[in-house]
Design a protein around this ligand. Structure first.
Ligand SMILES: NC(=O)c1ccc[n+]([C@@H]2O[C@H](COP(=O)([O-])OP(=O)(O)OC[C@H]3O[C@@H](n4cnc5c(N)ncnc54)[C@H](O)[C@@H]3O)[C@@H](O)[C@H]2O)c1
Length: 437
C-alpha cells in the first residue's frame, strides 16, 4: 500500500519506518527542510533503539523516502497519517493548529479517495474537526480515522511491531478494511485491533496516559510519606505490586514523570474537562504532586550544604526524561538543574544520548563530560536524574575517589542502601531512609 506520513518526529518516523518494514511504500513529509535533507542522506534524526537498522534497510530497498512537498507525497498515497505535534496551548489545551492546518491543505490537494488517519494525541471531537477542515475544500470522497499511538520512546520499534493493542476509531466500512489490512502484519500473535467510534478512540489515548501518570504519582506520594513515617518504599512497592489487581509495573518512585506526552496529555485532559464543566479532581492533584516531585531532592541537597550552594559543584547523571531516549522535553533533570543554577551552584552533566539536545537548549550554562566518572572529578555531590543502565553498577570506589565528598542524591533509587552505607557514602534517595556517612 502507498502511505504518506506527515510529521517525522518520534511517532511519524517510527510509524513510517515500521510500515515500510512490512512492505508498504512510505513517503514521510516534514516542514523541517534540514531534517528532511539529513534523512534523505540516510541520517536518522533521533536516538531510538533498533530504529536505525530498519531505517537504513528500508531506505536502501526503496520503500522509505522523505520530502518537504506535501502535494507530491500524498498524490499516490492511499492512506495519509498525521503524526503532527499537539503541544499545550496557553490554557493547557492541546494546540490543534498543526493538525487542522495540514487538514486544510489536504482538502485543497487530494484528487482521489484517501483515508486520513490521525495518529497525534488529540481531544475528543478532533476527528469531526479534521473532517470539516478537509471537507471545506475537498472535491473527492475521504474518510477520517482516529488511530492513537501508544508507543513508548526507548521501546518504540518493539511497541509498534508488536503492539499490546491497536485502537482504531472509525465509522466507515471502507476505511476500516484499509486499516485492518495495514495492521494485520502487526497483530499475528492475537493481540487485538479494537475498533470503536472516533470519540472513544481519542479519549482512550488520554485515559491511558492519565492513568499511567496517576499510577506513578500515587507511588511518589507513598514514597514521600514513607520518608515521614520511616517505611521503605521499595518494600511497600513489592508488597503491593505482587497483587495482580495492582501489578508491578509503573510503581517505581522517583523525581516525577516528564517527556513529551504525560505532562501535556494530563494537562489537556484536565482542560477538556473544564471546557465541559467537569472537574477532573484527580488530574489536578497529579499535576500538582508531579510539579513538586521534579525538584524534591533540591531541599535535602540544599540542607546538606547548609543552605548555601554558591560555588558548590554538582554532577548530574542523566538528562533525558527517561532512559533509552535523547528526548529532553519536560525532563525532570532540567528543572533540577535550573534550581541548582539559580542557587549559585555549578553543574557538570553527563548523559549517554541527550547531551546534544541539552546543549541546544541551555548551551554552556552547564559543563558536559563524555564519560560519567569524569563528571565527578572535583564535584561536591552527584545527583542522579535518569536511570540509564550504565549508572546501575558503577565503580563506587572510583566515584568516592573523584568526588570531593562521597555524597549522592539519587532520584531513581538505583542503589542498595546497605551497600552505600558500607561504602561510606552519604546517600539520599526517594522514600527510603537517608544514609549519612
Ligand atoms: N513521542 C511519543 O512518545 C508519543 C507517543 C504517542 C503519541 N504521541 C503523539 O504524537 C504526536 C507527535 O508526537 P512526536 O513526539 O512525534 O512529535 P515531534 O515533535 O517529535 O515531531 C513532530 C514533527 O512534525 C513536524 N511538523 C510540524 N508541522 C508540520 C507540517 N505542517 N507538516 C509536516 N511536518 C510538520 C515537525 O517538524 C516535527 O518533525 C503528538 O500528538 C504526541 O502527543 C507521541
Amino acid at each position: 500500500m502507498n502511505i504518506a506520513v506527515i510529521g517525522t518526529g518520534y511517532v511519524g518516523l517510527v510509524t513510517g519506518t515500521c510500515f515500510a518494514e512490512t512492505g508498504n511504500s512510505v513517503v514521510c513529509v516534514d516542514i523541517d527542510a534540514a531534517k528532511v535533507a539529513a534523512m534523505q542522506a540516510g541520517k536518522i534524526p533521533i536516538y531510538e533503539p533498533h530504529l536505525d537498522v530498519l531505517f537504513e534497510r528500508n531506505i536502501s530497498e526503496g520503500r522509505l523516502t522523505f520530502t518537504t512537498d506535501l502535494a507530491e507525497a500524498v498524490e499516490k498515497a492511499h492512506v495519509i497519517f498525521l503524526a503532527l505535534p499537539t503541544p499545550p496551548g496557553e490554557d493547557g489545551s492541546a494546540d490543534l493548529s498543526y493538525v487542522l492546518g495540514v487538514a486544510d491543505e489536504l482538502g485543497r490537494i487530494i484528487r482521489d479517495y484517501k483515508v486520513i488517519v490521525d495518529k497525534s494525541t488529540v481531544p475528543v471531537g478532533t476527528a469531526e474537526r479534521v473532517h470539516a477542515a478537509v471537507g471545506a475544500h475537498a472535491q473527492v470522497a475521504f474518510d477520517i480515522v482516529s488511530n492513537p499511538e501508544f508507543l513508548r520512546e526507548g521501546y518504540a520499534v518493539d511497541d509498534f511491531m508488536k503492539p499490546d493493542r491497536v485502537v482504531i476509531g472509525c465509522s466507515s466500512e471502507r476505511a476500516r478494511k484499509v486499516m485492518e489490512e495495514l495492521y494485520r502484519p502487526f497483530v499475528r500473535q492475537g493481540n487485538p485491533i479494537l475498533f470503536m467510534d472516533e470519540r472513544s478512540a481519542e479519549l482512550t489515548k488520554y485515559a491511558a496516559n492519565a492513568f499511567l501518570a496517576t499510577k506513578i504519582t500515587f507511588m511518589n506520594e507513598i514514597a514521600n510519606f514513607c520518608e515521614r513515617v520511616g517505611a521503605d518504599v521499595d518494600l511497600v512497592r513489592r508488597g503491593i505490586g505482587s497483587d495482580t489487581r495492582i501489578g508491578s509495573r509503573f510503581l517505581f518512585p522517583g523525581i516525577g514523570y516528564g517527556g513529551s506526552c504525560f505532562p501535556k496529555d494530563v494537562q489537556a485532559l484536565h482542560r477538556s474537562g473544564k471546557e465541559q464543566g467537569f472537574d477532573f479532581h484527580i488530574l489536578g492533584s497529579v499535576m500538582e504532586v508531579n510539579e513538586r516531585q521534579k525538584t524534591i531532592l533540591f531541599e535535602p541537597l540544599l540542607a546538606h550544604f547548609k543552605g548555601n550552594l554558591s560555588g558548590v559543584r554538582v554532577a548530574v547523571w542523566g538528562l533525558a526524561f527517561k532512559p533509552e531516549t535523547d528526548d529532553i522535553r519536560e525532563a525532570p533533570a532540567l528543572y533540577m538543574i535550573e534550581k541548582l543554577l539559580e542557587a549559585g551552584a555549578e553543574v557538570v552533566a553527563f548523559d549517554p544520548e541527550a547531551m546534544d539536545n541539552v546543549r541546544g537548549r541551555i548551551g554552556d550554562r552547564i559543563a558536559y563530560t563524555d564519560r560519567p566518572l569524569d563528571a565527578l572529578t572535583g564535584a561536591d555531590a552527584l545527583v542522579i536524574c535518569t536511570e540509564w543502565q550504565v549508572f546501575r553498577n558503577p565503580d563506587f570506589t572510583e566515584m568516592a575517589r573523584r568526588l570531593n565528598q562521597p555524597v549522592v542524591f539519587d532520584g531513581r533509587n538505583l542503589y542498595d542502601l546497605d551497600r552505600m552505607q558500607e561504602l561510606g557514602f552519604t546517600y539520599t534517595s526517594i522514600g527510603r531512609r537517608p544514609i549519612v556517612a
